[in-house]
Design a protein around this ligand. Structure first.
Ligand SMILES: Cc1cc2nc3c(=O)[nH]c(=O)nc-3n(C[C@H](O)[C@H](O)[C@H](O)COP(=O)(O)OP(=O)(O)OC[C@H]3O[C@@H](n4cnc5c(N)ncnc54)[C@H](O)[C@@H]3O)c2cc1C
Length: 486
């Protein structure tokens, strides 16, 4: 039986990102992916939010995505919300279809030591105290220390682990299709008594059609004639729709795994949370789940951190997805076409026209507002480190460049050589630097400049120094294990 430290079931965006993170940390990782190639039926997700682009930037791979996408200065929560004033290099939504996102991620993973078993499915597993036996559809099996289910909303791993998936049943369904149209359609949004419909440009010049259905339907493989009939009912014509490349249906089903971990089995991405695609958040939070989990799992496998570090994955990421579930439910409610919902929508739009509500909700939608509860203290604690331009003895340096290898950093902005972390020197980079500008956080504003920050591999601040080193040793031990020799 072939053994790997980690087996990932599912090589979608979440599984690919996790594999990349583990490989960067030097962990032997394999993906089992049902699809024979990275090609997707349909373009699915339409873009990347600021925080996701930032985490890709932290690994030095954002440019590949940015070069292929289109920048839009707004996020959507019921109405467009401008984010061009947010203090980040990536103050925009990057329009880029999922098939391209996956292709670029797969290229990155392809350059790293990751084994990919394509055209095979995980069919079950059995875990014991030391590992997991993973059964594959070709009759083979793999042995892993940990198995991660990145296998999408219908996750076999989640079901086989017996992890509950509580939430809300669907109330509405939408038809989605990508096809050619003989006539020029009415591009953009269209509102009627059924709700909101849209026809936009799909990948490769086709039309991407999303139609709210009259009645909730659950079968996931609708036919072209259903799309044609729905178009006629809504627009009075089907615009001569033909040659579909993708027809599907999605609903507003909203559910979240009760726990993200059962001993040696973990869940990430859609396997852990499903919700309607309003606001375009699912892929984004999946990729960020992977970036939160990767370094933690690597440390536990390498025995440089205790297994309890994995508990922080659920503690940090479950609340983030719970917020996303909540905001998507709110957006679906605000889209209802009845007069009272419309009145509520008008009030919400007015509120979001004000500065503070706009920047709060926009920070949530873009992922820039994420705050992990790491205790009380400086506003930076538990928040993303800004990508500041530093001056170092070796020349100018961006903070994110320090994270390319996914290693933690202690950034000393005080007296050079004033901090000693010798017992952790094998695990944590110590960088002396100067930064004279302001520290500004999205939705918070300018905060007091720290004299040092401990930055985790995922770019979140684990400790903030304010002239003293109070609590530094504790933070280093919590996140990066006991000091050498202890
Ligand atoms: C119409 C639509 C529009 C969307 N728009 C957006 C958007 O704009 N922005 C956004 O962020 N999100 C959007 N989403 C959501 C986004 O597509 C998902 O959140 C994202 O694909 C989740 O990634 P994942 O890797 O977790 O799961 P998936 O993409 O579902 O990948 C799971 C992978 O696991 C494989 N797999 C499944 N079972 C097994 C098994 N047993 N063994 C081996 N392999 C297996 C599958 O083949 C697949 O490759 C949209 C979704 C839809 C349907």
């Amino acid at each position: 039986m072939t053994a790997h430290a980690v087996v990932i079931s599912g090589g979608g965006p979440t599984g690919l990102m996790l594999a990349g993170e583990l490989a960067l940390a030097g962990v032997d990782v394999a993906i089992v992916e049902r699809r024979v190639s990275q090609e997707l039926a349909g373009s699915r997700a339409g873009g990347l939010h600021s925080r996701t682009i930032e985490v890709l930037d932290q690994r030095g791979i954002a440019d590949q995505f940015v070069a292929q996408g289109q920048k839009h200065p707004v996020v959507h929560f019921h109405v467009p919300l401008d984010i061009s004033d947010f203090p980040t290099r990536h103050n925009y939504v990057l329009g880029l279809f999922q098939n391209r996102i996956e292709r670029i991620l797969a290229e990155w993973v392809g350059e790293l030591p990751v084994t990919i078993h394509r055209g095979r499915e995980v069919t079950g597993f059995a875990q014991d105290d030391t590992g997991v036996d993973v059964a594959l559809s070709d009759g083979q099996s793999l042995r892993a220390q940990y198995l991660v289910g990145c296998d999408g909303g219908r996750s076999l791993i989640r079901k086989a682990a017996g992890i509950e998936f509580p939430g809300w049943d669907p109330t509405t369904s939408w038809l989605i299709a990508e096809a050619a149209m003989a006539e020029e359609p009415k591009w953009g949004f269209h509102h009627d008594a059924l709700g909101t419909h849209a026809i936009g440009k799909g990948d490769g010049g086709s039309a991407r059609i999303v139609l709210t259905e009259q009645q909730l339907r659950l079968d996931s493989e609708p036919a072209l004639h259903e799309v044609s009939e729905a178009l006629i009912a809504i627009y009075g014509t089907d615009y001569g729709i033909h040659s579909p490349t993708w027809i599907s249906r999605f609903t507003d089903m909203t559910r979240q795994a009760a726990v993200y971990r059962d001993r040696r089995v973990l869940l990430a991405g859609d396997a852990a949370h499903v919700h309607p695609p309003v606001g375009g958040q699912g892929l984004n939070i999946g990729v960020q789940d992977a970036v939160n989990l990767g370094w933690k799992l690597a440390r536990v496998i390498k025995r440089t951190s205790a297994e309890s570090l994995l508990d922080t994955y659920h503690a940090e990421r479950h609340p983030v997805a719970a917020r996303v579930l909540r905001n998507t439910m709110a957006q679906v409610a605000l889209r209802r076409p009845d007069d009272r919902s419309k009145a509520l929508g008008g009030t919400v739009a007015e509120l979001l026209g004000m500065h503070e509500p706009r920047r709060r909700i926009a920070a949530e939608m873009s992922g820039l507002g994420i705050h992990y509860d790491l205790g009380k203290g400086h506003p930076l604690l538990g928040r993303r480190v800004p990508d500041l331009d530093l001056a170092t003895a070796n020349g100018p340096l961006r903070v994110f460049a320090l994270l390319h290898d996914a290693r933690p950093v202690l950034l000393n902005l005080g007296v050079p050589g004033g901090i000693d972390i010798t017992p952790w020197a094998d695990r944590v980079q110590l960088i002396d630097a100067k930064y004279d500008g302001t520290w500004e956080l999205p939705a918070i504003g300018v905060v007091t400049a720290p004299t040092a920050v401990l930055i985790r591999p995922d770019g979140y601040v684990a400790w903030v120094g304010d002239l003293t080193q109070l609590g530094l040793a504790e933070a280093l031990s919590t996140w990066f294990g006991s000091p050498a020799g202890a």
